[in-house]
Ligand binder design. Structure first.
Ligand SMILES: NC(=O)c1ccc[n+]([C@@H]2O[C@H](COP(=O)([O-])OP(=O)(O)OC[C@H]3O[C@@H](n4cnc5c(N)ncnc54)[C@H](OP(=O)(O)O)[C@@H]3O)[C@@H](O)[C@H]2O)c1
Length: 268
């Protein structure tokens, strides 16, 4: 099976490459529709796993045109020019960021509160119109620890360890429920995701702990001298991921995933 992977040098993409054989796409940043069509024609993929994006909320807000190009037009061009390929594309839990309910949110509960999420939602809708067999994965905030030569991103676990190392207090939205996913779990589930029927899926670890409980649990587990301060209360971003689980994409809970990550790096 020929799997074309975009964003192959990114945070998630570089971990996907560690789990399966892929054709890494060159950067799509300067590509237009014709270049995308040429890439698809040259690589003739059976599957396209599309992770390339501007995934930073602030960067999207500061550069709406750039966000629209990266997060809507590029995936739409991929869908238009790759009619015969199964599409697996990444979206985000930010699509629930202003929902008035407590969660966990199902796929139909969308209420985006920023441009990044609005663009991802438009992308989902337009890609599914072109290719009803496409799989749109709404990922949670993901994390990993630094690995030489592999990109990392700002994430909850790094924030916690940095706060403990510097003595800076960590601001935590204590009452917020939010799934956090070990990025390697997401990468490992990508093969199963390729077999899902077309549609939108919440994709990641669920949680039964608030961010405050989770942070306190980690502080104790690692024996850290970490000062936790209550941050601005934030809306829950808690997804119900049973639809993906029924299709075989099974994740550990947020607390278990953190335990697995720390264990993989020999920290516990
Ligand atoms: N990281 C998270 O916690 C998280 C959470 C929810 C959803 N997601 C979604 O999951 C996917 C993967 O996230 P990630 O953290 O792996 O992303 P990332 O590392 O920030 O970016 C992935 C790749 O996107 C490409 N890219 C950056 N700017 C671009 C632009 N203007 N035009 C086209 N391509 C551009 C870059 O590849 P080149 O340098 O090769 O161009 C980059 O390596 C994204 O769709 C993201 O929205 C991520």
């Amino acid at each position: 099976m020929r799997i074309l992977l975009t964003g192959a040098r990114g945070f998630l993409g570089s971990r996907i490459r560690q789990t399966m054989e892929v054709i890494p796409a060159p950067s799509l940043r300067d590509m237009g529709r014709e270049e995308i069509a040429a890439l698809v024609g040259e690589t003739a993929p059976d599957v396209i796993v599309h992770t390339a994006a501007i995934s930073d909320i602030g960067a999207c807000q500061a550069n709406p045109e750039g966000s629209y190009r990266a997060n809507v037009e590029l995936p739409v061009w991929l869908a238009e020019t790759a009619k015969n390929a199964k599409l697996v594309m990444l979206s985000t839990d930010q699509v629930y960021s202003t929902h008035p309910g407590p969660g966990p949110f199902r796929e139909e509960d969308t209420a985006p509160g920023n441009l990044y999420a609005e663009h991802k939602l438009e992308m989902e809708r337009r890609v599914l119109e072109i290719s009803p067999d496409a799989v749109l994965l709404r990922a949670t905030w993901m994390y990993d620890l630094p690995l030489y030569g592999v990109p990392n991103r700002g994430n909850f676990l790094m924030n916690l360890l940095k706060a403990a190392a510097t003595g800076e207090p960590m601001l935590v939205p204590m009452e917020q429920y939010r799934g956090l996913t070990y990025v390697r779990d997401a990468a490992k589930n990508m093969e199963k995701a390729m077999g899902l029927p077309g549609g939108v899926y919440n994709f990641g670890s669920e949680t039964e702990l608030t961010m405050g409980q989770l942070t306190q649990q980690l502080r104790e587990r690692l024996g850290l001298n970490l000062q936790i301060l209550p941050g601005q209360p934030r809306h829950n971003l808690w997804m119900d991921c049973r639809k993906a689980a029924e299709g075989g994409c099974v994740f550990s809970s947020t607390a278990e995933g953190l335990e697995n990550c720390l264990s993989d790096y020999g920290l516990i």
